[in-house]
Design a protein around this ligand. Structure first.
Ligand SMILES: Nc1ncnc2c1ncn2[C@@H]1O[C@H](COP(=O)(O)OP(=O)(O)OP(=O)(O)O)[C@@H](O)[C@H]1O
Ligand SMILES: [Mg+2]
Length: 355
């Protein structure tokens, strides 16, 4: 019997398509580390995010394809991931952060902080390195939702004094809530908001992170505007509820991001519809989302365990890991990660095409 060659293995794997990137996994360069030992094969498939929604499917397909090769008796497929980045990750401001995900809503109280917290934890649970920044200077709620409230330590570095982020549920976190005195009402004026938010990004030792999730203030006010201008946001997640009004306002926020910068459009990763259920009725979100050409990232049911987990600082993903809400958040995290991979991929491709 002839020896199996690396080329044969690659040719066999070419039938497997990445459904989001619309290329085969060999062309995409995902196949690494082919090991051939007699009739035993081992390959590593390196995806663009550990939160890949089709990770299990790709693994099963690869195993089936390789097992089907003549002369093969045993197959081992290992799945790994290296999160991609692009020029949007600002080298100066946050050098180690590969992707900045801004969570925004037009309207307050729709569940922006809830989604930010669960998105961050769900991404971290896939193995990604994740930071969470509460930039909602009007009502920082991440400390409570993450069950952490202490003064962060500072550290003197060659670049100056830096803040060491806190950590909870596998996520690094920072909030203005950790720094301001809750007894003293803060009146924020425009320029103060800008510099406070900028400091929260640049003066914190984020280190190397695959994803930094930012909970923006509601609406299209100063802090959102400043953030969107100073931070190279990789993509925006819009949160809305099934109510028409909330959706219309969310679309206004989306337009703000898209028209904000002269140099580049900030991509909208998609829309999360939160608090779904009989209370507000369901369904209208899908149509609106499609109408505006935005990806629908998922629906989160209205559920007591979501609000209770938020109040207790023990998010639903951990307290009720098998609940519909926890499932919804895991799926949303996968969709968000996949959306970022698609953006990076299409930018890399378009930069290869001569103008
Ligand atoms: N799916 C859900 N089911 C039940 N309760 C929810 C759900 N999502 C959010 N909540 C609750 O609704 C309230 C508002 O949510 P949250 O604080 O996340 O909204 P927000 O958009 O960040 O609000 P704000 O504009 O004040 O920052 C919270 O008490 C939260 O626990
Ligand atoms: Mg909030």
């Amino acid at each position: 019997m002839n020896e199996i060659t690396e080329e044969q293995v690659l040719n066999a794997l070419r039938v497997i398509q990445d459904p989001d990137l619309h290329r085969d996994i060999v062309t995409l360069g995902f196949v690494k580390n082919i090991k051939i030992c007699g009739s035993s094969l081992g390959v590593t498939i390196e995806l663009t995010t550990p939160a890949c929604p089709v990770k299990d499917m790709l693994k099963a397909e690869a195993e089936a394809v390789l097992r089907g090769m003549p002369g093969v008796t045993s197959v081992q497929v290992e799945m790994t991931a290296v999160v991609r980045t692009n020029k949007r990750s600002n080298e100066q401001l946050i050098p180690g952060v590969r992707n900045v995900i801004a969570v925004a809503s037009g309207k307050g109280g729709v569940g922006k902080s809830t989604v930010s917290v669960k998105l961050a934890i769900a991404l971290a649970q896939t193995g990604a390195k994740v930071g969470l920044l509460d930039a909602d200077i009007y009502g920082p709620s991440i400390p409570m939702m993450m069950g952490v409230n202490e003064k962060p330590l500072t550290k003197t570095t060659p670049e100056g004094v830096r803040i060491v982020p806190l950590q909870a549920h596998g996520v690094l976190l920072m909030s203005l809530g950790f720094l301001i005195d809750p007894e003293r009402a803060v009146v924020w004026r425009g320029p103060m908001v800008g510099s406070a938010v900028k400091q929260l990004v640049s003066d914190v030792l984020w280190g190397n992170q695959d994803y930094l999730v930012i909970d923006l203030p509601p609406g299209t006010g100063d802090a959102s505007l400043t953030l969107a201008q100073i931070i190279p946001i990789s993509g925006v997640v819009l949160v809305t509820t099934p109510q028409k009004v909330a959706q219309e306002i969310a679309n206004k926020a989306a337009l703000m991001f898209q028209t904000l910068s002269q140099e580049r459009e900030i991509p909208i990763l998609g829309v999360v519809e939160n608090m779904c259920g009989s209370l507000f009725g369901t369904g209208s979100g899908d149509a609106d989302t499609n109408q505006f050409g935005r990806r629908f990232l998922g629906k989160v049911p209205m559920a007591l365990e979501v609000s209770e987990g938020g109040d207790a600082g023990y998010p639903v993903i951990l307290s009720h890991p098998d609940s519909a809400a926890a499932n919804a958040f895991h799926n949303i995290a996968s969709q968000v990660a996949a959306g970022l991979s698609i953006i990076h991929f299409s930018e890399a491709e378009s930069s290869l095409v001569p103008a």
